[in-house]
Design a protein around this ligand. Structure first.
Ligand code: GDP
Length: 348
């Protein structure tokens, strides 16, 4: 049987030696802190997760491919440094029936090594094309070392936690949560209320999908979509961040429906929750088919940003107020998701 360590895959972005690459990843053409485009890193991450998964799947099914089902989460631990290379160290943490959890540790070498992020992707192995595509059954891994057992257990925990959070959305809130929402609504009834309403903190964009996207061999389309969703979210976020918002975490990204050439995409981003220096932005991508008969949600994303000053110190963000039932539900879901990410961080 194969062990997780034998599924290791590494990709390097040689920022220090490749001038064009460094320029492509810059946010600004100035020596600012945290100057690396996170949206582009997301594209690379999706590609790395695909390659790591495919290496394993193709050992047993040479014709099969893998698709991204979800990004369970990405926890960003340090800001990036433009004067260092970026290393993506991927391996499989857990293999289910036809799904795999790929873990990716993003580091920047140096003394000391900078640990940039910990990322977890759920990939699914498929065979065949179009209507005839089916999931394939994968052989499991052997988890012999303690760290391998821990990572496999955490992969299952992440899956359970997500299911639990989804189930909770259909349940009434706890007493504490109810009181939190009630006070947000009561504040809006006060005379002279001038707080920020979540319903006003939105941004949207439209885009058509051209064959150009398909022509580039192995181009990871999913990665492109989430980069665009992230970039719109970061613009949307500036409506509430008094300073500079930088990415703190990807709470969750779901891939529901594939996007096809000729589709029209509608991206919507909205600030759903703030707390301390944190801002949560939800982004959805809706696809409209070429013949305009099908509309479907292709992706849903929840990003958390942190508001910081030039010295990278956290700065407070104003409270945002949900008004209607849907906004309350999104506020609550983001609140819970941030709490569970904070818990994970403390136990990591
Ligand atoms: P962890 O998941 O709590 O161990 O957090 P880390 O940030 O250390 O690692 C994130 C993921 O990256 C892990 O779950 C592993 O799947 C993968 N990973 C960590 N270290 C290595 C390594 O040295 N090589 C490879 N190929 N993958 C690694």
């Amino acid at each position: 049987m194969i062990r997780p360590s034998e599924t290791s895959f590494t990709k390097i972005l040689p920022m220090t030696s490749d001038e064009a690459l460094r320029r492509r990843f810059m946010i600004l053409d100035e020596p600012i802190e945290a100057n690396m485009r996170f949206g582009l890193l997301l594209e690379v991450l999706d590609k790395v997760a695909e390659e790591a998964a495919l290496n394993y799947v193709n050992r047993f099914y040479p014709e099969a491919r893998v698709v991204t089902a979800a990004i369970d989460n990405i926890v960003i631990r340090h800001v990036t440094d433009m004067s260092r290379d970026v290393h993506f160290k991927a391996r499989i943490n857990h293999v289910g029936r036809s799904s795999l959890e790929i873990g990716i540790r993003v580091e920047q070498p140096g003394d000391p090594v900078k640990h940039i992020a910990s990322c977890y992707f759920t990939m699914v192995a498929r065979s065949g094309v179009g209507e005839g595509a089916v999931s394939v059954v994968l052989p499991g891994l052997e988890y012999s070392e303690e760290i391998e057992q821990q990572r496999a257990a955490k992969a299952l925990q992440r899956r359970e936690e997500y299911k639990k959070q989804q189930a909770l959305l259909r349940e009434p809130p706890s007493r504490e949560e109810f009181e939190m929402l009630t006070s947000l609504h009561a504040a809006q009834d006060e005379p002279g209320f001038n707080g920020l309403l979540t319903g006003h903190l939105t941004a949207d964009a439209w885009e058509r999908m051209y064959p150009e996207q398909e022509n580039v061999p192995k181009k990871i389309f999913g990665g492109y979509l989430i980069r665009r969703a992230y970039e719109l979210s970061s613009i949307c976020c500036e409506q509430v961040a008094p300073n500079r918002p930088v990415p703190a975490a990807v709470n969750r990204i779901n891939f529901f429906h594939p996007v096809r050439m000729g589709d029209t995409l509608h991206y919507t981003a909205r600030v759903v929750y703030t707390s301390g220096s944190l801002i949560c932005v939800e982004a959805n991508i809706e696809r409209i088919s070429r013949d305009r008969t099908t509309k479907a949600l292709s992706n849903s994303c929840l990003f958390t940003f942190m508001n910081i000053n030039e010295k990278l110190e956290q700065q407070p963000v104003p409270v945002v107020y949900p008004t209607n039932y849907g906004e309350d539900a999104r506020y609550l879901a983001a609140h819970r998701s941030c709490q569970s990410l904070t818990r994970d961080r403390q136990t990591a």
